[in-house]
Write a protein that binds this ligand. Structure first.
Ligand code: PLP
Length: 367
């Protein structure tokens, strides 16, 4: 029924903490006894100003962002971010290095090609699932920046380290793993990510940018994507996605209350560890197509019925899962199979229920 909360393993938009949604519901019609919903208020209002500031402060606090970095909120989704980083940073030398480890970094490289020269530091693999050893990368010392995707949401490939670039600024897409593990922000030129997986609803993109990289945007860069302009106007250059920022601020409060990013990281390892252990114990009934050293803690694709996958069995797996209120487990259409996304709001107990189901399903369906 509708009051029962589903076990939502979707890749995004995705499960958010129930208590945050309850709080939003409680003040939806009257924000702080104003008789107005926050959605109905000006982005120049005192109320929204406080939310905007609090959300920025929380990002800074939770990720320990150094003072020489600015925090911005833009729109246009993660994909808007692909274009924005190119238009803001590619101007310096006209060329940028990209590591393509899956679907999203590939799309980002394609987007950047519209604005300059893109050098792939290693050849794109036919099937994502590994990260070539850094010693083999073809890095250009003259690149405006080096770009990678920290966690490939579709393919399930997550970087186990921050690449070494000898001073070339690093730009990273953290859309699907932001605030799921500690990060040394000082190693980056720019971190960006859509909120709709770990920290809020869709509609807002968090950008963390080192201040010395500002001021170089291309003339053609739309003002709403120009990080320098957006920063000057404190992320209210134009009307922001006020509702999205409002809910995100509450999710960030929730992360803070629940042990911060330190604890999100501990929980993330516990949750993904439980699932990978279960796969290992299944003797390849469930199998991951990803190299061990870069298996994502967050988006976990797997095949059912053997490493190549048995599509009939996978279809049945999804039907049986839904009978237990487990939803959005279907793998991305480009990859097939099953994918479980374990974002911050997913609990260890949620994963334990999934694993319990997987064991029962195997017992009933293994030939
Ligand atoms: N980058 C990553 C890692 C993603 O997972 C996604 C979406 O799932 C995107 C970028 C694109 O984000 P959006 O759909 O908000 O444009």
């Amino acid at each position: 029924g509708s009051s029962q909360s589903a076990l939502n393993f979707g890749a995004g938009p995705a499960k958010l903490p129930r208590e945050v949604l309850v709080e939003v519901q409680g003040e939806l019609l009257s924000y702080q006894n104003s008789g107005m919903s926050l959605i109905e208020m000006s982005h120049r209002s005192k109320e929204y100003g406080q939310i905007n500031k609090s959300a920025q402060d929380l990002v800074r606090e939770l990720l320990k962002v150094p003072d020489n970095y600015k925090i911005l909120f833009i729109q246009g989704g993660g994909m808007g971010g692909f274009a924005a980083v190119a238009m803001n940073f590619l101007n310096r030398t006209g060329t940028a290095d990209y590591a393509v480890t899956g679907t999203w970094s590939n799309k980002a490289a394609k987007e950047a090609e519209k604005y300059g020269t893109v050098n792939l530091v290693f050849p794109k693999a036919d099937k994502p699932g590994s990260i070539p050893d850094q010693s083999t990368w073809n890095l250009n010392p003259n690149a405006s920046y080096f770009y990678y995707c920290d966690n490939e949401t579709v393919d399930g490939v997550e970087f186990p380290y921050i690449p070494e670039t000898n001073g070339v600024p690093i730009v990273v897409d953290m859309s699907s793993n932001i605030m799921t593990r500690k990060v040394d922000v000082s190693k980056f030129g720019c971190i960006f990510g859509g909120a709709q997986k770990n920290i809020g609803p869709s509609g807002v993109v968090v950008v963390i940018v080192r201040e010395d990289l500002l001021g170089n945007a291309m003339k053609i860069c739309p003002s709403v994507f120009n990080f320098t302009q957006v920063h000057k106007e404190n992320s209210v250059l134009n009307t922001p996605a006020t509702f999205s920022v409002y809910v995100m601020e509450k999710v960030l409060q929730w992360i803070k209350k629940n042990g911060g990013v330190d604890n999100m990281e501990v929980q993330s390892s516990r949750k993904s560890g439980l699932l990978y252990e279960a796969m290992k114990a299944s003797n390849n009934f469930y199998s991951s197509p990803i190299d061990k050293n870069c298996q994502s803690r967050i988006n976990i694709p797997f095949r059912v019925g053997g490493p190549q996958g048995n599509e009939e069995l996978e279809e049945k797996f999804l039907v049986e899962a839904e009978k237990r209120f487990m939803y959005q487990l279907k793998g991305h259409r480009s990859v097939g199979g099953i994918r479980a996304s374990l974002y911050n709001a997913i609990t260890y107990e949620d994963v334990a229920l999934l694993v319990k189901f997987m064991k029962e399903f195997q017992a009933q369906n293994q030939k």
